[in-house]
Design a protein around this ligand. Sequence first.
Ligand SMILES: Cc1ncc(C[n+]2csc(CCOP(=O)(O)OP(=O)(O)O)c2C)c(N)n1
Ligand SMILES: [Mg+2]
Length: 349
Amino acid sequence: MEGAASVLGLDAPRRRRSLAEFGAEPALRLFEAMARLRAFDERAVILQRQGVIGTYPTYFGEEAVQAASGLALRPEDWLFPTYRQTAVVTLRGCPPEVPLLMWRGHPGGWHDVARYRVAPVCVPIATNYPHAVGAAWGSRLQGDQVVALAYGGDGSTSAGEFHEACNLAAVVQAPVIFLVTNNQWAISTPISKQTRVPRLADKAAAYGMPGVRVDSFDVFSCYAAVKEAAERARRGGGPTLIEAVGYRLGPHGTADEPSLYRDLAEARRWDVMEPIERTQAALVDAGLATREQLLEVRRQVADSLRDVADRLVAAPLPTVEEIAATVHRVTPWTLSPERLREPTWVAGD
Ligand SMILES: Cc1ncc(C[n+]2csc(CCOP(=O)(O)OP(=O)(O)O)c2C)c(N)n1
Ligand SMILES: [Mg+2]
């Protein structure tokens, strides 16, 4: 976390001053967004355990960076999520059922891309970066003020698309933000086996764009970094690489068992950085809210997800034909219904 901007990491008097300057109303909005994301994530893990949805990549501990990026941008700005940010679309008003239905493999899981200005989720690592650059470059050519933000992880910075996207974005001065959450793990690969560069933000220099480091557990510094990058982009200042430094507190996903490849004691040392309790304590300490008020916010958002489970169970699982038809406009012969029914197709995958 060394060298990463942090408001929550300041000493108490400076933190209180900084939060007072930030203001109670925007601070509470960020807190509520984090609580909303947490409630979704917790519910999704339960639904996976119940067999209602398929494998699910929890983002426990990454609520701050996600909430901050969602709220720091304007509604007309584009977001390009990965599998780790499937709930950010709910911060733009999409009902939580929609991303949960996606994890159920149901056609109702396709959110309205144009309405929410959130691109479809990209599971292939780093492939969303060039999409975001294209959207941002298009915005610049059309002379509008729209910014695009692409999410990614530490592992994604080793992929070719990351370099290509960063390079092109800087060359054409596309109004794009590369928001890389460095949680120090790419499934079982630690950051030390990913790169020799101690700070991912330093990679920005090679492309000719600013690179900044923020504490990914700190919603206020993430918010400030995204806002500053967006303002620069709107002024014609081109792209920014933001490295949000943290640690993956949970497993990679519901199918993962981290004790097989990492020291649990090391992981547990990071638990104190968990963003919601920490933000709650800081807001109470700064006199911006009472503990009861914040607990009530958390209760309400969790309650709002209660009936969602029943509605999901009622949504039938898709047939193989529906899956193929949803993914491909023209079903390739390799995915013909006959072929999908062949047991060898599954076994040989
Ligand atoms: C092109 C590609 N290769 C491999 C995978 C399998 N895969 C899924 S998640 C992941 C790790 C990504 O790590 P990171 O970029 O740090 O993001 P995080 O999962 O930590 O958010 C890999 C290798 C994939 N989805 N796409
Ligand atoms: Mg990672």
